[in-house]
Design a protein around this ligand. Structure first.
Ligand SMILES: Nc1ncnc2c1ncn2[C@@H]1O[C@H](COP(=O)(O)OP(=O)(O)O)[C@@H](O)[C@H]1O
Ligand SMILES: [Mg+2]
Length: 279
């Protein structure tokens, strides 16, 4: 393994017990350095979420057989006992789930949703957790944070909900944030704002980021390095500029061909996909 890696996935295979046919992941290898943003891209069903889940320890051994290695700060998570794994996951890995809006409980005020895990898992007092919750809302650039703590999810916009979800994922100050399709449900303008926010946070919090999207255009704006997945395999990977300028695989070329559509819609950012990313 590269000693500089935060995450090092080695020959990881994931096979869901209930599913006949090829495994969801076949001997996949991936490195994530500290502070690096790695983009996972590929069409639906290519195994992106499964890879994110596996790294975060969210796959239940009753559902899937895992083989290979997942090293996090040099510790093999697949041989770590469940309690230790849970600790690492809780404090070191933040996760934004694919269907983010459903990760907010509609019946709970935003403050409660942010403070509960800080108290239950982070061992904070109620007061400290409230202070931290406000700080988190400020961090994700939600205005009037004090007031938001007392609001329910339905009282805020979709973009703001996604900011709350990001705040929750950052609450334990993770060294790795995994964001699974974090902008897919949002309109293009809000999408761009959320991406810019994630990039600012990555920098200011010195995190690594695994950014998952089916959309190569979005990935290209976020990632330093792109990993292209197809049918549970990595078909191509490399620096963003390199992969965009010279895609080796016809599959990558196909993904690339879909970008102009988005460019057309998002005219204010029409040229920014090609190397002028905010890093
Ligand atoms: N919990 C699960 N049980 C059974 N099969 C699953 C499960 N999760 C994912 N899969 C299968 O694994 C493959 C990869 O899915 P997924 O990782 O969700 O792809 P992506 O995120 O790229 O759309 C698909 O064939 C999917 O049907
Ligand atoms: Mg997915």
């Amino acid at each position: 393994m590269n000693s500089l890696s935060l995450v090092s996935v080695r020959n990881l295979s994931v096979d869901f017990w209930r599913v006949a046919g090829p495994p969801a992941l076949s001997s996949v290898s991936l490195e994530v350095s500290p502070g690096e943003a790695v983009g996972l891209v590929g069409e639906s069903g290519s195994g992106k979420s499964t890879l994110g889940f596996a790294i975060a320890g969210l796959l239940d051994p009753n559902d899937a057989q895992l083989s290979g290695e997942i090293l996090f700060k040099s510790q093999n998570l697949l041989t770590t006992n469940q309690d230790d794994y849970r600790k690492i996951r809780g404090s070191e890995i933040g996760y934004i789930f694919q269907d983010a809006s459903s990760s907010l409980n509609p019946l709970l005020k935003i403050g409660k949703q942010l403070t509960h895990p800080l108290m239950a898992n982070g061992g904070m007092s109620k007061n400290d957790a409230m202070v931290r919750a406000k700080e988190l809302l400020d961090m994700v650039e939600i205005s009037q944070s004090e007031r938001r703590l007392n609001q329910y999810p339905h009282e805020i916009s979709g973009g703001m909900k996604q900011r709350v979800v990001i705040a929750a994922a950052l609450s334990r100050d993770p060294s790795l944030l995994i964001a699974d399709e974090p902008t897919t449900a949002l309109d293009v303008t809000v999408q761009a704002q959320i991406i810019d926010l994630l990039l600012r946070l990555k920098k200011s919090l010195s995190m690594s980021l695994i950014f998952i999207s089916h959309d190569l255009g979005v990935v290209a704006r976020v990632a330093d390095r792109v990993v292209v997945m197809k049918d549970g395999n990595i078909v191509e990977s490399g620096g963003v500029e390199q992969v965009l300028a010279n895609p080796k695989e016809s599959y990558t070329q196909l993904l690339l061909a879909n970008i102009p559509k988005l460019r057309h819609v998002d005219q204010s950012h029409s040229l920014s996909f090609w190397g002028t990313n905010e890093r």
